[in-house]
Design a protein around this ligand. Structure first.
Ligand code: ZN
Length: 315
């Protein structure tokens, strides 16, 4: 079938798509990223029955494939966890549109309208990082931790938060990747954000590392880039800890696959806080406070299914 790329079934329940119409309606979830869209269906967010990964190309091509994946299923609701920025204000005429993203082909794309029209299902939308925070809060490393903050360090950097059990929304949504940082002494290389030279994303994203030092996956752990990276991430987490006072900070994303980086980030956060927070002093305090995602790279799509569950129509 056009647009289908070998749907992959996971878990023990291998109910066929063609049987779905005869069973309880399913939740649908989309993790929309700059590199790929991950789509999944399941009767609960943590019991994914089928999923597919689709390369992100143009909006028309990508969304046609997304729609083709979901069409065989009887969905009760759909959760969309997307890269931003996106207009989340239901009263706004541009609700559900991608805003001023560097992914220029997607700028202004009415992604929610397109999916809703094609699939005829109610859609809950939030940022990929708010959704990942919700998944970690519900099923992962953030259970029982409210507030909870989730930071992802990949090609870009984003942060989401759960407060009183719900993803944090404000005038728009948090844009933690663009918090401004103090430069490390001696760091004179240009930053990688077109809007700010000295924001977290501009100094510490995977793309920033690539521009400033070379491809992150090729840099040995002793490379100066990593001490600098840890210092910026530590500074950012110290700032989040003082502003939001979360019960736990989860830090994930492709750059954090460098296993040496998490302990170095904890140390840098401790140096930045300098003993100010009385409950965050010893190395073991930091080990339980700043942690890796419990759901690994599935946090985003699980979060999308959590969004779908929050509005499920079949009770
Ligand atoms: Zn920026």
């Amino acid at each position: 079938m056009a647009g289908m790329e070998n749907p992959r079934r996971v878990g023990e329940d291998s109910r066929a798509a063609t049987d779905a119409n005869h069973a309880m309606a399913l939740l649908g979830g989309i993790e929309a990223g700059g590199t790929k869209f991950v789509c999944a269906v399941g009767d609960r967010p943590h019991t994914i029955q089928a999923s597919i990964s689709i390369a992100t190309t143009t909006p028309t091509e990508t969304l046609q494939r997304v729609i083709a994946f979901f069409q065989p299923y009887a969905l009760c609701s759909l959760g969309l966890a997307t890269f931003g920025p996106i207009d989340l204000d239901r009263a706004s005429p541009t609700y559900g549109r991608i805003l001023s993203t560097p992914k220029l082909a997607w700028q202004g794309c009415p992604i929610v309208d397109i999916l809703q029209t094609a699939l005829g299902v109610t859609i809950a939308v939030d940022t990929d990082v708010n959704a990942a925070a919700l998944a970690e809060f519900t099923y992962g490393a953030g259970q029982g931790c409210d507030p909870l903050v989730y930071l992802t360090v990949g090609t870009g950097i984003g942060g989401g938060a759960i407060i009183h059990g719900r993803p944090l929304r404000g005038r728009m949504h948090p844009e933690m990747g663009h918090m401004l940082l103090a430069r490390a002494p001696g760091d004179t290389r240009p930053g990688g954000c077109p809007f700010h030279q000295d924001c977290l994303e501009g100094l510490a994203s995977g793309q920033a590392i690539r521009l400033r030092f070379g491809a992150p996956e090729t840099l040995p752990s002793a490379h100066q880039a990593w001490d600098l990276e840890a210092s910026y991430l530590g500074q950012a987490l110290a700032t989040v800890a003082t502003i939001v006072s979360p019960q736990r900070l989860i830090i994930g994303g492709g750059v954090m696959h460098q296993r040496h980086l998490l302990p170095r980030t904890r140390q840098a956060c401790a140096q930045a806080l300098h003993g100010y927070l009385p409950w965050l002093n010893t190395p073991s305090d930091f080990e339980t406070y700043i942690v890796a995602p419990g759901l690994g790279d599935r946090a985003g799509v699980t979060g999308a299914l959590c969004l779908a569950e929050s509005i499920r129509a079949d009770g």
